[in-house]
Design a protein around this ligand. Sequence first.
Ligand code: GDP
Ligand code: GDP
Ligand code: MG
Length: 313
Amino acid sequence: MGFFDAFKLSRLKEGLAKTRENLFGKISRLVKGRTKIDEEFLEELEQILISADVGVPTTLKIVEAISARAKKERYTSEQELDAMLRDEIQKLMRDAREVTVVDFDAQLPKKPYVIMIVGVNGVGKTTSIGKMAHNYKSAGKKVLIAAADTFRAAATEQLEIWAERAGVPIVSQGQGVDPSAVVFDAVSSAIAKDVDVVLVDTAGRLHNKTHLMEELAKIKRVMKKKLPDAPNEVLLVLDGSTGQNALNQAKEFTKAVDVTGLILTKLDGTAKGGVVIAISNELNIPVKYIGVGEKIDDLQLFNRQKFVEALFE
Ligand code: GDP
Ligand code: GDP
Ligand code: MG
């Protein structure tokens, strides 16, 4: 296990405090003193999960799994029931490590490795880029940020502040220019300067705005002129505090754009973190990172085991 494992379970627990109380606080009260799993237990469990934004399809899977296991295993203690729940929830979640490089200190398969960040306005794209830049840099990688959100005046400025905080260079051409021109520049510079990771910030866009989707396609086309494999990843950022809306947004967005991974932000300060379980179960795309605060070290690798652990303790 790498150096980022220090990735502070305590910080994760702190960040997930509200969800933990909402979801697992209620579950532990439900489990307390139980000696058998009956209909009433399963119904209450179902209600708790749905009310914590786990969503109907994923909730039903969890309840069915518990019901099936109870028939086979005849649990005998509170602890065993608790362990069974953790186990079933964790099993439903997709493991990002099976499909992609997750750890910041792991070797990347290509150089430069281009990661494009997409999503609607205000979900935390720029902030997540700042945090990722910091993590990659701390892990000894050479990072370059591309300021391809050229739509809003303040966008470049905000990204420059993050680049400075992280101590990494940024390529920008200011507001109003064609974002694909910025990306072309950034990728050329990354090749010339032997950069490991290029992080591409993009303007907020909705999946149903055809011209904005075309703009994304153009950015990709243009970077491919320099690097045929790029982008190596397209990460969709979702605001976790919007609960089930984040899941719906992900479903729509991923129909319009090839997304390789997800970043779920703002899990601190929300009780709707149960949506992570739904997203990780219902989508074919893995959750890679989660945001648990506004500061530079508030991005965590998503690890389903640690996530469940943080929620249950
Ligand atoms: P963008 O429009 O997608 O680029 O979003 P920004 O990166 O500008 O972020 C929008 C707001 O969300 C800012 O106020 C960020 O500080 C805040 N934000 C981003 N990630 C997190 C997070 O994980 N937790 C919290 N609490 N706030 C976040
Ligand atoms: P409409 O919403 O499609 O009618 O376009 P607007 O009148 O809102 O915006 C004019 C142009 O600005 C559009 O053609 C887009 O190229 C651009 N634009 C508008 N909103 C956004 C946005 O949220 N993100 C980005 N990247 N571009 C936008
Ligand atoms: Mg932004």
